[in-house]
Each structure stands twice: as structure tokens, then as C-alpha cells.
Ligand binder design. Structure first.
Ligand code: THG
Length: 279
């Protein structure tokens, strides 16, 4: 099973057994005052620069999140998409909780997009799944529902199964679903990272689906976040993580991911690993 998204002349494929793909997370004003300020003023210079830098650093899919207080996402998300398309041929991931903003952005993107995200909430599925079915997009599925984020593996899996059943009944292909088993900071609950990985492992064992997650969330509130993020992504890769949402500018991350792909049997004969050390 392969998930495919596209940009101008570019096709990005990911899935179980395939090399891990990076969804580049930097276009996101959360925790970034300068970007939040710029977006509020209707400017997109940082967005443009981040699209370029992340593409150069090997980001495969560019996540675009313009959600901040004082920003009209219905206006700004399509404008940000336009700017990212000018700087990069990589496919994009539309990161918004606003269905109208997602629809407006999908309308102007002429390739196959990854939508971020639907949840197991009735309202969310009603709003977004018809859009996915109609536009032929792929979509990230968060394993939470009306009761919030479950603190255990079984409930998260139950929500994933509900989404699979619903999408199947609507003719949405399972390879267009990318499951997020929910990454929380491990600083407030040291079982948190383990629950995320165990949920993913069990879902992959049963369905062979593609997976993602905001892997940088794991290190909030901790020193040496880059180290924690790299380690957690590596652990994810051995357990079926196919496309983490992360910062491609983290020094050593791309190398660590290639090492993990090789060790997890996702890089036949180590060809990618070896060729990255040839001149
Ligand atoms: N799942 C899905 N989508 C997501 C998330 C998820 N999208 C948003 C988020 N979580 C993933 N993206 C980020 C982006 C940035 C950071 C973490 C996750 C981050 N930023 C630094 C901070 O806030 O301290 C600032 C970085 C900088 O200034 O350079 O940590 O879980 N589907």
C-alpha cells in the first residue's frame, strides 16, 4: 500500500516498507512570534523563505499552517499555498482546523494534496470526508474524538477503525489515509511517547496503513529538543512510521532517518544510505 501526493512535476510516495518521507513543519506560527506577526500583517516573506530552505534541506512535503490570532485563514491559506508553489515543486500538506480554509486552498492547488486533518468527531468527518472523496486528496486522520485525546492505545485504535469504516463506505481508498497516533510532550507524562508508538505499531500490523505524527511535539519543555526529536523519529521508523511531521533543518536528522530506514529494512541493500556517502 502506497500513499501518493504530487506537486509540479513531482510525485512523493510513502508507505510501509518504503523509505521514510519528511513532512516539513516550519511554516507554522505556533511558538514563532515573527511568523505570527508577519501573517497578521498579510505578509508572506518568511513563508517563502521557509518553503525554499526546507526544500533545499530535503523536506519532501511542505506543511502549511497559518493559524494564528488575528489571521483570516480562508484568505491567507490559499495565498500561502500560492507562495509555496512559487518556491518549491514539492507537494504540500494543508494544516488547518478550518474546513472553509482547507476547501479554499484545495481549490487553487492543481495537484494531489495531503489534508491535515480529520478526527473521529462526527462534525469533522461530515465536514471533511466529502471533500476528500470529491477532490481525490489524501488526508491525515487524528485518533481523537468528541471525548478528546484518549490516554490509552485501545481507544485510539477504536477511533482509527471508526474512520476506516466510514471512509470505506464513502469510496475513499485506505491508501489515501495517513494515521496520526498523536504525539504529546513526554515531559508531563513519561508513558506518552510509548503509547503513541504502540498505537501505531498495532494499527500498522492490522491494516498496513501509512502513518504520521507531529514528532517535534514530544520534546516540548525539554532541553536538547533536537536530540529527543531525532531519537523518537528513529524509534518510530522501526515501528511503522512512514512520514513524520518534523523540521528538516535539524542537524543530523536526515542522516539519522537514512540510518533508521536501512536498519528497519526500508532501504534495500542500503542503497540510499551508501549513496549519501558517495560524492
Ligand atoms: N499532528 C498533525 N499536524 C500537526 C501536529 C500534529 N501540525 C502542527 C504540529 N502538530 C506539528 N508542527 C510543529 C511545528 C513546530 C513545532 C512543533 C510542531 C515546534 N516549534 C518550535 C516551538 O514551538 O518551540 C519553534 C521553532 C522555531 O522557532 O524555529 O516545536 O501533532 N497531524
Amino acid at each position: 500500500m502506497e500513499t501518493v501526493v504530487t506537486g509540479k512535476g513531482t510525485e512523493v510516495k510513502f508507505g510501509q516498507g518504503l523509505p521514510t518521507v519528511m513532512i516539513a513543519e516550519r511554516i507554522n506560527p505556533t511558538g514563532r512570534k515573527s511568523l505570527a506577526e508577519e501573517l497578521k500583517q498579510g505578509k508572506l516573506d518568511i513563508v517563502r523563505e521557509d518553503a525554499r530552505k526546507q526544500t533545499e534541506a530535503g523536506g519532501h512535503i511542505i506543511d502549511i499552517n497559518v493559524g494564528a490570532v488575528g489571521v483570516d485563514e480562508v484568505d491567507m491559506l490559499p495565498r500561502a499555498v500560492q507562495v509555496v508553489m512559487e518556491e518549491s515543486n514539492q507537494p504540500i500538506c494543508l494544516d488547518s482546523a478550518n474546513p472553509e480554509a482547507l476547501k479554499a486552498a484545495i481549490k487553487i492547488y492543481p495537484y494531489k494534496v495531503l489534508i491535515n486533518s480529520v478526527t473521529g468527531e462526527e462534525k469533522s468527518m461530515e465536514n471533511l470526508l466529502p471533500v476528500v472523496a470529491e477532490s481525490g486528496s489524501a488526508i491525515i486522520c487524528l485518533m481523537l474524538d468528541e471525548d478528546g485525546i484518549p490516554d490509552n492505545v485501545a481507544k485510539r485504535l477504536q477511533i482509527a477503525k471508526k474512520i476506516i469504516a466510514r471512509t470505506e463506505s464513502m469510496g475513499i481508498k485506505i491508501e489515501d489515509l495517513v494515521f496520526d497516533s498523536l504525539v504529546m510532550t513526554n515531559s508531563t507524562n513519561t508513558e506518552s511517547a510509548k503509547i503513541t508508538i504502540e498505537t501505531m505499531r498495532q494499527l500498522v500490523a492490522e491494516y498496513g496503513v501509512s502513518t504520521t505524527g507531529g514528532y517535534s511535539n514530544v520534546s516540548y519543555g525539554m532541553p536538547n529538543r533536537d536530540l529527543l526529536n531525532i531519537q523518537f523519529i528513529s524509534m518510530g521508523i522501526m515501528n511503522g512510521l512512514t512520514a513524520p511531521i518534523t523540521d528538516p533543518l535539524i542537524p543530523g536528522l536526515a542522516e539519522a532517518m537514512r540510518a533508521s530506514d536501512f536498519l528497519a529494512g526500508r532501504d534495500a541493500y542500503g542503497m540510499n544510505f551508501i549513496s549519501s556517502y558517495r560524492k
